[in-house]
Design a protein around this ligand. Structure first.
Ligand code: C2E
Ligand code: MG
Ligand code: MG
Ligand code: MG
Length: 295
């Protein structure tokens, strides 16, 4: 599943181990200069409410196209940016740009505007200045806190450190939403759900894939998805299914009571204008669970 992620082709995945080493150092120096030159781009993927197909939010996904190697998978360059100590700078850029875009939607559409969902790496969460930085950014661009969601993986949320918990608490008090990304793929220690102000669980696409009838993972994956939905609702959280690629999956998820979904069935990550146009016109032809138009 991860290989096809993004709807772009990341050729670097296929490099063998030896090449991978050489590539790492090429990418490392490329990353530094890319930051200076501003060679990154953002894509926005709608998050759709399953009951009526309304785009209620959009996830921001970072893209980097290397001058020689082409598009690099975010998992690769984000890891690298963490190792190189560049993630703070890169993450700030994503946050500011994403929030500025969402502030534009908010000025036009008010509370009908889609919220923006920004991925944070573990390192960013452990950065002591995080809460201040996020609140300052919201203030600067004029985005209300409730229009921002932060996505963190289970591994980022685990661990006893008090700093991240305090930062999330401050942000949550201001109205920022916290979502657990790729829920179910980390460690199954759920204690952090008690400790942290989590508002939403995002079910990893790997489990959604198995919902299709005939898929080898079907019985187990259905059970897992049903359990995550029950867990989320039992804790008063909302739940989003990621990686929804077929209408069958979308309909099944809706019938299972899943709140929100995102995936290629609705829309691939794309330009921000697509999100605002859809939200503005309430033109849900591309987002419907029961589409009128063909895909
Ligand atoms: P994620 O946050 O779980 O994002 C979902 C991934 O699934 C994205 O991959 C998205 O393009 C892809 N996707 C969406 N719909 C479908 C679908 O229907 N089928 C399939 N097969 N894939 C789908 P992408 O853009 O390659 O990003 C990969 C990961 O990189 C993200 O996973 C996230 O963990 C990380 N990432 C991306 N942007 C950022 C960022 O700005 N900051 C940080 N820290 N991490 C980021
Ligand atoms: Mg995410
Ligand atoms: Mg995810
Ligand atoms: Mg992921």
């Amino acid at each position: 599943w991860a290989k096809a992620a993004g709807g772009d082709r990341y050729e670097v995945y296929d490099a063998n181990r030896h090449d991978a080493q050489a590539l790492r150092s090429t990418l490392s120096s490329g990353l530094r200069s890319a930051l200076q030159r501003g060679d990154f781009a953002l894509r926005y993927q709608p998050i759709v409410r399953l009951t009526d197909g309304v785009p209620i939010g959009a996830e921001v996904l970072l893209r980097w196209t290397h001058p020689e190697h082409g598009p690099i998978a975010p998992e690769i360059f984000i890891d690298l940016a963490e190792e190189l100590g560049l993630i703070g700078q890169l993450g700030r850029w994503v946050l500011t740009r994403g929030c500025r875009e969402a502030a534009g939607w908010y000025r036009e559409l008010g509370d009908q505007a889609p919220f923006i969902s920004v991925n944070l790496s573990a390192r960013q969460l452990h950065d002591v200045g995080l809460a201040d930085e996020v609140l300052r950014t919201l203030d600067e661009v004029g985005l209300p806190a409730h229009q921002l969601q932060l996505e963190l993986t289970e591994s980022a949320l685990l661990g006893p450190a008090q700093g991240p918990a305090d930062a999330l608490e401050v942000l949550a008090e201001h109205g920022v939403r916290v979502a657990v990304d790729d829920f179910g793929t980390g460690y199954s220690n759920l204690a952090y759900l008690r400790r942290l102000p989590v508002r939403e669980l995002k079910i990893a696409g790997a489990f959604i894939e198995g919902l299709a009838p005939g898929h080898p993972g079907t019985p187990a994956d259905r059970q897992i998805v049903a359990s995550v939905i029950a867990l989320a609702h039992g804790l008063n959280l909302t739940v989003t299914a990621e990686g929804v690629e077929t209408q069958e999956q979308a309909q099944l998820l809706r019938s299972m009571g899943c709140d929100h979904a995102q995936g290629w069935w609705f829309a691939r990550p794309g330009d921000p204008e697509v999100i605002s146009r859809m939200a503005r016109g309430r033109d849900q032809s591309g987002y419907s669970v029961d589409p009128v138009t063909t895909h």
